[in-house]
Design a protein around this ligand. Sequence first.
Ligand code: AHM
Ligand code: MG
Length: 338
Amino acid sequence: MNINRQYATLDEFTIKQYRSIPNATGELSALLRDIGLAAKRINVEVNKAGLVDILGDAGSVNVQGEEVKKLDIFSNTQLIGVLKHGISCAGIASEEMDDIVVFNDEISNNSKYVVMFDPLDGSANIDTNTSIGTIFGVYRRVTSPGTPCGTRDFLQAGSRQVAAGYIIYGSSTILVYATRRGVNGFTLDPSIGEFCLSHPDIKVPEDGKIYSVNHANFFLLSRGMQEYITNCQHKNETNGGPYTNRYIGSMVADVHRTLIKGGIFIYPGTTQKPAGKLRLMYECNPCAFIMEVAGGKSSNGSMRILDIQPAKLHERTPFITGSKNMVQECLDYCNTTP
Ligand code: AHM
Ligand code: MG
């Protein structure tokens, strides 16, 4: 990674952006800085995970019925801490918690935004030193300023996100975030402890050659999806191929590769779990927003992810995202052979 110090830091970049918007208050810039701060703290712990007693299970089961890893709890606490003490966030919802957290103090009640996050996506990979990440979506609250936020502020369609992003704790640590103005990536320069603009104005290629899906589920998929995956295996030089299969099992890392190189990431519904595994609000909406702003496409197989009106906080959805033409081809297969 060629980190060039002439590039802006995350703070400089977001402040410049908000100064160019009439009547902007800087609350979103402050919020992104707060998330960046939590990410740096999480990064430190992820990096030393093998050295201290922080690896492994915390011994409890989260609201999704999955084992909670200790770093999940740490990450959740850090994010809540920075957002509660910041000036921009009225409350949060987390994949790790049953209910929303309403901050309910004077500054928070007057804040514009609520944030939904998966504090540590791919945490099943922690013990094997594979990339993991934090995913977040930011919504303008719909309840009146001056009052505590409420469930209504969180049950909004993903198209209403003001910003969305993720941080990957990988071979380098990168923060990618999107607003309607574009998608930008910032790599953490450990020598100065700052996220520096390294991937300006990211656009996802319209076509790609990498498909990403858990093949172990193949026989549990719809006929259309099986046919699409088989078609991926049969691509050759004459029809846009050959394709490669890559599946890390850490969505944030699989989506990041898809965003940068082009491709398709799929977590479909199965006969056992028709809604799939991934959570609409904490995982799919932020990634779908980023992908669309970058020129890609996202769907649940029958509709645009960002148009889904959530009925409950921890809703799951099948998820197809990536290069526009690849996603469209996948949808064509699914719609022709249900
Ligand atoms: P998590 O939020 O508990 O980490 O679970 C979500 C993860 C995604 O990162 C990844 O795409 C998926 O689970 C992998 O699931 P599977 O092992 O079923 O392929
Ligand atoms: Mg997750």
